[in-house]
Design a protein around this ligand. Structure first.
Ligand code: NIG
Ligand code: FE
Length: 411
């Protein structure tokens, strides 16, 4: 059992602390961990005698993954663009021709809430199949009042209709939508729509906890991002930022200045950015699925981030354009082989540190007394086999608040 007990957030050498207990056991009461330790001790507790027993047969149990960056709600895949990218078109070229995010916006606006929900439910079942128990979800394929609110309301409805916990983020600032691009001063007007109309509405409807901006060439500038994130903060939405993905924009420095919860991507970060993050409590969330899917060679410099003392987390970035995967185990494999993180570091980044970035570390992210019984059980002999067996799903069972939400069929 990997308990992941200990200090949160974890930096530097502490990023390897996974708190292994050999032949461990947990006692769960009302979805909460009541005791954790060696099986011989936990079994002797008076309450254990009347407890229902679940023998996982020597498999590896760890906290359910916390996927702290997803674009859960979208209408369709962009497989046609995938083929264009393989043939040599870049992500930015496709976006300039009206593909990319704008392609997904067109499809989402045309989709019914019912169909979007059906697709999301199916994705959520798959997240559970790969051991994820909590995920963040961003809006950002609506980009007008009606469609952004439609997405954020779906986050709320989905939270009530299925067992995984969804943390909602408002990403009205994904890109400037087509109808504002075509007119003079359009970008400025769209930013004003976000700050003066949508943000207050999102906050008063309690539709999101976080506000995010895609700050990059072709999306929003640092100045625009500052306005949008400050408006979010004024309305009680903490900041997250898509930073230094395609180009170095300076978004990381802004994220640190604003005390952002998370700064994500970071393929193009500078040494000064890495140092600024180390002095802050802003989490550096790495998304290696994007670089893998887009076939890019430059992954985020994870080793430099870890050595400097940044709080490193990992997430899927589940989205139709750059990372269409729900699999945290695949992200761990990429973190190990491409980012050169150790399996232990990758697991900490995908659990406790990710929970910290979502401001939920007191309740989830580790298997400790008093925390929620969110558990992933893998059919492996050694935790290092979780990233090692890439591309095959070794998740055997997933529990949310002590209840199974996925169980592998007997083979
Ligand atoms: O995290 N970078 C911006 N947003 C997404 C991509 C969205 C898309 O292409 O649809 C990302 O990579
Ligand atoms: Fe993203």
């Amino acid at each position: 059992m990997l308990t992941l007990r200990g200090r949160v957030p974890r930096r530097g050498k502490f990023l390897s602390d996974i708190g292994i207990i050999r032949d461990g056991a947990l006692l769960i009461r009302d979805g909460v961990i009541a005791a954790v330790g060696a099986r011989s001790e936990v079994e002797l507790l008076p309450e254990s005698r009347s407890a229902e027993k679940l023998d996982v047969g020597g498999r590896v149990a760890l906290p359910g993954f916390v996927d702290s960056h997803t674009h859960l709600i979208h209408a369709a895949s962009r497989a046609e663009e995938y083929e264009l990218k393989i043939a040599g078109a870049s992500y930015e070229e496709i976006a300039r021709k009206g593909g990319g995010i704008l392609n997904s916006v067109k499809k989402l606006r045309a989709a019914t809430a019912e169909n979007l929900k059906k697709r999301a439910h199916s994705a959520l079942r798959q997240f559970a199949e790969y051991g994820t128990t909590t995920l963040e979800a961003k809006s950002g394929y609506g980009l007008n009042v009606t469609s952004e609110l439609k997405i954020l309301r779906l986050h709320k409805e989905l939270s009530a209709e299925q067992p995984l916990e969804i943390v909602s983020t408002f990403l009205g600032a994904h890109v400037v939508p087509a109808e504002y691009r075509s007119k003079r001063g359009g970008a400025e007007q769209y930013v004003a729509l976000l700050t003066d109309k949508l943000t207050p509405e999102v906050a008063s409807g309690r539709l999101a906890e976080f506000c995010d901006v895609f700050c990059d060439r072709g999306a929003f500038s640092v100045n625009e991002a500052k306005k949008i994130l400050e408006a979010g903060k004024q309305h009680g939405l903490a900041s997250r930022v898509h930073a230094e993905q395609l180009t170095r924009s300076g978004a990381t420095q802004l994220a640190v200045q604003l005390g952002a919860a998370s700064c994500d991507h970071l393929e193009q970060v500078s040494k000064a950015d890495i140092r600024a993050l180390a002095k802050s409590n802003t989490v550096a969330t790495l998304l290696p699925g994007c670089d893998f899917h887009l076939g890019l060679k430059q992954y985020a410099p994870a080793r430099a981030l870890i050595d400097a003392g940044d709080i490193v987390a990992l997430a899927t970035d589940y989205n139709p354009g750059t990372s269409p995967t729900v699999s945290m185990p695949m992200i761990l494999s990429l973190a190990c082989s491409q980012l050169r993180m150790s399996p232990a570091e990758a697991i900490v980044a995908a659990t406790v540190n990710a929970a910290y970035s979502l401001k939920r570390d007191r309740r989830i992210g580790s298997l400790e007394t008093g925390k929620q019984a969110d558990i992933a059980i893998f059919d492996v002999n050694d935790y290092r086999e979780i990233p090692y067996y890439f591309g095959a799903n070794k998740c055997w069972m997933t529990l949310k608040k002590g209840q199974p939400v996925f169980q592998k069929a007997h083979t």
